[in-house]
Design a protein around this ligand. Structure first.
Ligand code: SAM
Length: 229
């Protein structure tokens, strides 16, 4: 069975998609979507041999080799124009890595800018939202959920017709998540508030405190308090 987290990613993929799932590991996501006949075609990309082999095995075992190509390579380098990919999923990595995969994909002309993006950063969601804004993507849906004592965010974005602006607050909390303020969302940010306050205390006690780091933490603490209290 697919995790709740990947099920939410899958839910955002539109019917008939031609999908590139980057960092696919076991290729659970493309296999699930192909079995349900939700997608026309998928590439499962992996940069590490072990996970690549996992994906090859899974796709064979499920009898889906006609619909899913498993490819070994860095990020979007496994995608070619003739694949006609229209949807990219990147799940289970840090926000900075997701951003660098997308930037490299752009630099190497592996993405046209017309693809739908479905991203599930494990940390640094703000980095991902900043990337989306800077590259004229509009966030069209967001989810937050808890599974095995971890909280995950899933972000869906599409190319926008005009420049997009998200405030610092929207980038940090998510334009949709910050409006909904679900219980899981409040729990996540209550935890983060504690962490930030602890780190701030440690830095202030240290010999040579970094004033920029202190200012950033104080700003985030203020924003979190405004958001959840
Ligand atoms: N996407 C799956 C999920 O969400 O359950 C697997 C997530 S797993 C924690 C992250 C995977 O990303 C690893 O298998 C790792 O090898 C792969 N990965 C990391 N950097 C990558 C890159 N630059 N290109 C392709 N895959 C990468």
């Amino acid at each position: 069975n697919l995790s709740k987290r990947l099920e939410q990613v899958a839910d955002y993929v539109e019917k008939g998609a031609r999908l590139a799932d980057i960092g696919s590991d076991h290729a659970y996501l493309p296999c699930y979507l192909a079995e349900k006949e939700e997608i026309e075609y998928a590439i499962a990309g992996e940069v590490v041999d072990g996970p690549f082999q996992n994906a090859v095995k899974e796709v064979k075992y499920k009898g889906l080799t006609d619909k899913i190509d498993v490819r070994l390579g860095d990020g979007l380098m496994v995608v070619n124009a003739e694949d006609q990919i229209d949807t990219i999923t990147i799940a289970g990595m840090g926000g900075a890595l997701i951003r660098s995969i997308l930037e490299k994909g752009q630099a190497e002309d592996k993405i046209t800018g017309s693809e739908m993006l479905i991203l599930q950063p494990n940390v640094f969601e703000e980095t991902v939202r900043c990337f989306l804004m800077d590259n004229q993507y509009e966030i069209t849906a967001e989810s937050i959920l808890e599974e095995n004592d971890k909280i995950y965010e899933i972000i869906k974005a599409v190319p926008a017709e005009a420049p997009v602006h998200y405030s610092k607050k929207e980038c940090l909390f998510g334009p949709f998540l910050g409006r909904e303020k679900s219980d899981v969302f409040k729990e996540k940010w209550a935890q983060q508030l504690k962490t930030d306050q602890f780190i701030l205390g440690q830095i202030e006690k240290s010999k040579d405190p970094d004033p920029k780091r202190i200012a950033d933490l104080k700003e985030e603490i203020t924003l979190i308090k405004e958001m959840i209290t």
